[in-house]
Write a protein that binds this ligand. Structure first.
Ligand code: IFM
Length: 447
């Protein structure tokens, strides 16, 4: 194998999931209600009327799932912990049965030599906290720090990699701005305070992590970094793409790594909108030193200037190439560009914490799923990750989104991203061609 297809020794190959998308068991063993448990019951908000009530039933089938991971040769598994399983109403007394589930999962991973990477919050806030204002309420950031601190005490010795949040932009924008995600609020003015409180809670959790003295563990955060391109070289389009880059990427990168919000964003949204939730010391807390940055990379977006959108002054234009079932352009250089963007802000070790694609898989008459499109997608994106390393990125790992087909939020269960096919009626797991491909990549440490 030529060197440019091989990855550095010790490179971490993994797969990623999130609690609400796979666990099911939505009210088992004392688990509290999350904002997703509440949201999916609103008529018409989820395609096909699907819910995560059962999803992949991973809560009961985790041992079988870890077996699949081991057979694939995964070096690491990124999962999230459901806050309401641990603290059913957000705080107070922990729910031992919920904690025990994660203990069992982590033990099974370690038995197979798979490194656990735990995301502390992947959008499933306890509904009880949402009832008190959710992420618009600064107090939620303090509750998050308590929850994180409890996890570090309880599980810190077994989990070497922690991520505070997954894609805070998505939680703020789609959860509180457009209402497409839980909790389904439609208030553009909430987006910035929510983003700020998520970032603040991240910094407070980092403090709790350092206080827990876990010398062999690391902490980071996972951001969605998508490149934003102008539809034309016209200055108005270039400015539009830069504004969207500001709202989706720089609004998170800059406070985390430079301890301030981007000047152009302050001007654009108006200082009044940005300022109210920001208290003295907040920016210092937000920019506490972390150990790694996780980057979720799927595609790029292209924008033209359009002031009919009063919030952004931009309009997304159609993709310029083939797309996945999500309508996302297949653009492998998204990985190279996302990592380059991250490197403008930090020289920390980087991980691609999500990369993958939904396609309309067909189960053949013999039960096989020949998902050649997903295999091609992965091959091209893994090659792009290798190019990014050649270009100087300190990339330490690549996690496929996702281990198995699951509940894709507002899109329901019909959008399948998995390496493993899940029959949601029988819960039967079947490897797709892409799972075998990824197993071979891992075995060769390269393409
Ligand atoms: O399924 C999601 C995941 O929860 C967060 N990142 C993007 C994935 C695909 O949409």
């Amino acid at each position: 194998m030529s060197d440019d297809l091989r990855f550095p020794p010790g490179f971490l190959w993994g797969a990623a999931t999130a609690a609400y998308q796979i666990e099911g068991a939505w009210d088992a063993d004392g688990k509290g209600e999350s904002i997703w448990d509440r949201f999916v019951r609103r008529p018409g908000v989820i395609a096909g009327g699907d819910t995560g009530d059962v999803a992949c039933d991973h809560y009961h089938r985790y041992a079988e799932d870890v077996g699949h991971m081991a057979a694939m040769g995964l070096g690491a598994y990124r999962f999230s912990i459901a806050w309401p399983r641990i603290f059913p109403s957000g705080g107070g007394r922990p729910n031992q049965a919920g904690l025990d589930f994660y203990r069992r999962l982590i033990a099974a991973l370690r038995d197979h030599g798979i490194t656990p990477m735990a995301t502390i919050h992947h959008w499933d806030l306890p509904q009880a906290l949402e009832d008190r204002g959710g992420w618009v309420n600064r107090d939620t950031a303090l509750r998050f720090a308590e929850y994180a601190s409890f996890l570090f005490q309880a599980l810190g010795a077994e989990v070497p990699m922690w991520a505070t949040h997954n894609e805070p932009f998505v939680q703020a924008f789609y959860g509180y701005g457009t209402g497409e995600n839980a909790p389904g609020r439609r208030n553009p003015w909430a987006i910035l305070p929510v983003g700020h409180h998520l970032l603040l809670s991240h910094g407070l959790a980092v403090d709790a992590f350092r206080a827990a003295h876990l010398p062999s563990a690391q902490i980071g955060i996972v951001l969605m970094i998508w490149p934003h391109h102008p539809a034309s070289p016209r200055p108005a389009d270039v400015r539009a793409a830069w504004r969207i880059d500001g709202g989706m990427n720089r609004l998170f990168l800059e406070p985390l790594f430079r301890g301030r919000y981007p000047e152009d964003m302050l001007r654009h949204f108006g200082r009044r909108l940005m300022r109210p939730p920001v208290r003295p010391d907040d920016m210092e807390i937000i920019s506490r030193k972390i150990d790694f940055l996780g980057v979720n990379s799927y595609t790029r977006l292209i924008h033209a200037a359009d002031w009919r959108d009063l919030l952004t002054g931009a309009r997304q234009v159609p993709p310029r190439g083939p797309t996945t079932a999500m309508g996302w352009e297949i653009y492998p250089d998204c990985i190279v560009e996302a990592l380059a963007k991250a490197r403008e802000y930090t020289d920390l070790p980087l991980y691609i914490t999500e990369s993958g694609a939904a396609f309309n898989d067909v189960v053949g008459p013999d039960g096989h799923i020949d998902d050649a499109a997903r295999t091609d997608y992965l091959r091209m994106h893994i090659a792009a990750a290798r190019r990014a390393i050649t270009a100087g990125a300190d990339l330490r790992g690549y996690f496929v989104w996702t281990l198995m087909d699951n509940f894709e939020w507002a899109q329901g269960c019909a959008k399948r991203f998995g390496l493993i096919h899940v029959d949601f009626t029988t819960q039967r797991r079947t490897w797709k061609g892409s799972a075998r491909f990824f197993r071979d990549v891992i075995a060769r440490n390269g393409l």
